[in-house]
Write a protein that binds this ligand. Structure first.
Ligand SMILES: [Zn+2]
Length: 54
């Protein structure tokens, strides 16, 4: 994943983020990086995840 080696990815750099909650209750977001166009995956805090799912 290219994004890992770039500046720390933020939600702002993600296109069409899809937030999911896994079986352990952790939130994560998948999307496309606006910088390199690669896939982006990021774990989120519960608060951020709840906000994104609204
Ligand atoms: Zn990137």
């Amino acid at each position: 994943m290219k994004c890992r080696t770039e500046n720390k990815p933020t939600m702002r750099d993600m296109v069409n983020p899809v937030v999911t909650k896994n079986e352990k209750g952790r939130y994560s977001a998948k999307g496309t990086c606006t910088v390199c166009g690669g896939n982006m995956f990021k774990f989120m805090s519960a608060a951020d995840g709840e906000a994104m799912m609204k």
